[in-house]
Design a protein around this ligand. Structure first.
Ligand code: NAG
Ligand code: NAG
Ligand code: NAG
Ligand code: NAG
Ligand code: NAG
Ligand code: NAG
Ligand code: NAG
Ligand code: NAG
Ligand code: NAG
Ligand code: NAG
Ligand code: NAG
Ligand code: NAG
Ligand code: CU
Length: 557
């Protein structure tokens, strides 16, 4: 072979042979005016964008993001669903793994993407700033590794969210003061679009449009970045094939309705197999099967074929009703891990720590609140009290007095959790409690909704590890009867799962990531109320089984 040909070949092959890459991003957080629903307000953005920029990487890459806080709020960013193996310092939840980046300061998030590929997202993890501070994370498989489904010609990111005309920080502050539920949003958003507004004299962003070419297949990367709304998503006249959730491959299944909770991501193939002479509505609307106020508006986008034909008629779609429990359950029950040779479902089969967590809402006295009381969230009747320095720092540096490790592994009193006739006290306990796990312990957690105040669906998110969803049902969990029906073969693997309204969900995970990992409801209203706790996973004895040393620029409290 001619030397120059060999040199050329090596050059061409280099990218394929190259190991992990370094991906460097600058996220400058700044206020910017945006006009939606015919009114203008300044919102917190990354680099002036809403939704924020997409972070692209490949499995195995080292990602380094310099976050520059140029707004007047304390800030942290969470890389939602990224496992952060031994790099808890880069996870992001304020006062759990780091102190906030105060105005004028920077922090370098530095993590490696290990064993994950698919769609995730990043978002602010302090107060309600994530309302506008969020964006997609797209992780491609390693070079030369194909998708386990037909290769799509193109991908489209669809970020679903909520828009308030008011300042969202004012919304949560008002609710915290009054002890009452916060105002609901004024509209849903699809990639930042709220839909057209009639008679608005100022320029406002209209309808989101998805352009496709006939007979081509697209990979939709759908993200629910909403603050409080669990959502249904549909495209008129088209079926969707779900292939991945929360950056874990699933057995493909065909559906006309996607159910997606805040914190969840879903990849689905869309085949543009309909007539190009029509345009098709894309709908998003809330799911809420409990008497709780929610943004009940429907936002529509448009699917249009290229070349587009003028005057083409609309194909409409009716969204599931607000309380369409069956549509939600059908979707959740259809999800299965791909569980192939290359991507096996490593479900823990024997359990070291068997836990039972109830979750719900209660009422505590509050002298300064509107009715002398306030709504609080809780897990096992403990309302989480935020510390003033991060739990991870307290753990790493052995600082006492920040947290206790006596989080109850089961409710202190057992009762009929889903009865509508609960007559006990509505009060909760307060505490900054963690549940301590030895390195590599296998854990099962029964997540049980309670009907105290009202039964409600809670999308529970765990940081630092994925879990397998081995079972779910309505009513009180019955260990004897319900464990028989567990799926220990190909249960879906994810980072966020719903505890159904008046029901239960059982998850299992391996505690192989040392650190302090937040677990909370991803409805921000419930997190704000204290429906949260943390697992402390101890270091192992092996060489790569300890938390890394904290970075030098870790923000101080
Ligand atoms: C938003 O617009 C208002 C009114 O024009 C202006 O006073 C304000 O400085 C703008 N804010 C930002 C962040 O650009
Ligand atoms: C990121 O962390 C790794 C592992 O600790 C370290 O080797 C690397 O230098 C860090 N990168 C930057 C830009 O600080
Ligand atoms: C919440 O809604 C109430 C009733 O519509 C309104 O009076 C109040 O100003 C709203 N709060 C905020 C922060 O927008
Ligand atoms: C829009 O404005 C026109 C003319 O001012 C008025 O007739 C119509 O009722 C308005 N429509 C809405 C939805 O406000
Ligand atoms: C798409 O496929 C249909 C059915 O096979 C065919 O009639 C049509 O011409 C194709 N469209 C394009 C743009 O290739
Ligand atoms: C939507 O909610 C509003 C109150 O926020 C209520 O007035 C309206 O009736 C609701 N609409 C539907 C269809 O439930
Ligand atoms: C859902 O809501 C509708 C309208 O509010 C009501 O008529 C219906 O009974 C509800 N369905 C269920 C299953 O609760
Ligand atoms: C709740 O109380 C009502 C009225 O006292 C009664 O009819 C109903 O059977 C009770 N339900 C349960 C689940 O105990
Ligand atoms: C929760 O704790 C409070 C305060 O100790 C107590 O009054 C209440 O009965 C407990 N509730 C439950 C359901 O355990
Ligand atoms: C929990 O804190 C609230 C104030 O936020 C207080 O009113 C309540 O008495 C506390 N509960 C217990 C059991 O200490
Ligand atoms: C951790 O657990 C996994 C699965 O149970 C096992 O394969 C591995 O050897 C364990 N590692 C250590 C260090 O105990
Ligand atoms: C911002 O964070 C700093 C450091 O933790 C803290 O001292 C300060 O009180 C925070 N400010 C607000 C408004 O929460
Ligand atoms: Cu919740």
């Amino acid at each position: 072979m001619e030397p120059w040909i060999r040199a050329l070949l090596i050059l061409l092959l280099l990218p394929t042979l190259a190991e992990a890459r370094l991906r460097h991003y600058n996220f400058e957080v700044v206020m910017k005016n945006y006009t939606r629903l015919c009114s203008t307000k300044a919102i917190a953005t990354v680099n002036g964008k809403f939704p924020g920029p997409t972070l692209h990487a490949r499995e195995g890459d080292n990602v380094v993001v310099k976050v520059i806080n140029n707004i007047n709020y304390n800030l942290t960013i969470h890389w939602h669903g990224i496992r952060q193996l031994r790099t808890g310092w880069s996870d992001g939840p304020a006062y759990i793994t780091q102190c906030p980046i105060i105005p004028g300061q920077n922090y370098l998030y530095n993590f490696t993407i290990t064993g994950q590929r698919g769609t995730l997202f990043w978002h602010a993890h302090i107060s309600w700033l994530r309302a506008t501070l969020h964006g997609a994370i797209v992780i491609l498989p390693k070079k030369g590794t194909p998708y386990p489904f037909p290769h799509p010609v193109n991908q489209k990111i669809i970020v679903l969210g909520e828009w308030w005309k008011a300042d969202t920080e004012a919304v949560i502050n008002e609710a915290t003061k009054s002890g009452m539920p916060p105002n609901v949003s004024d509209s849903h958003t699809m990639n930042g679009h709220t839909g057209p507004v009639r008679n608005c004299s100022i320029s406002t962003k209209g309808t989101y449009t998805l352009h496709v070419e006939q007979n081509k297949t697209y990979l939709l990367r759908i993200i629910n970045a909403a603050i409080n709304d669990e959502l249904f998503f549909r495209i008129a006249g088209h079926k969707l094939t779900v292939v991945e959730v929360d950056a874990s491959y699933t057995k493909p299944f065909i559906t006309d309705t996607i159910y997606i909770a805040p914190g969840q991501t879903t990849n689905a193939l869309l085949k543009a197999d309909q007539s190009p002479e029509r345009k098709y509505l894309i709908g998003m609307s809330s799911f809420m099967d409990s008497p709780v106020a929610v943004d009940n508006s429907t936002n529509y986008g448009l699917l249009r074929y290229k070349p587009s034909l003028g005057g083409s008629p609309f194909v409409l779609t009716a969204m599931p009703s607000l309380n369409a429990t069956q549509a939600q359950r059908n979707f959740i029950h259809s999800l299965r891990s791909l569980n192939s040779k290359k991507y096996p479902a490593k479900v823990p089969l024997s359990i070291d720590h068997s836990l039972f967590f109830t979750m719900g809402v209660g009422v505590n006295p509050c002298a300064t609140c509107l009715n002398g009381s306030k709504l609080v969230g809780n897990i096992n009747n403990v309302t989480f009290v935020m510390p003033t320095i991060s739990l991870l720092q307290a753990h790493y540096y052995n600082i006492s007095g920040v947290f206790t490790d006596d989080f109850p592994g089961k409710p202190l009193i057992s009762f009929d959790y889903t009865t509508v006739n609960y007559t006990g006290s509505l009060a909760t306990m307060n505490g900054t409690k963690v549940y301590r796990l030895p390195f590599n312990a296998t854990v099962q957690v029964v997540l049980q909704d309670t009907s105290i105040i009202a039964p409600e669906s809670h999308p529970i998110h765990l940081h630092g590890t994925n879990f397998f969803v081995v079972g779910t049902g309505i009513g009180n969990y019955d260990a004897t009867k319900d464990s028989i029906n567990f799926n220990l073969v190909d249960p879906v693997e994810r980072n966020t799962i719903d505890v159904p309204t008046g029901g239960w969900t059982v998850i299992r995970f391996l505690a192989d990531n040392p650190g302090v990992w937040f677990m909370h409801c991803h409805l921000e209203v419930h997190t704000s109320w204290g429906l949260k706790m943390a697992f402390l996973i101890e270091n192992g004895d092996g060489p790569n089984e300890s938390i890394m040393a904290p970075p030098k620029d870790l923000p101080k409290c």
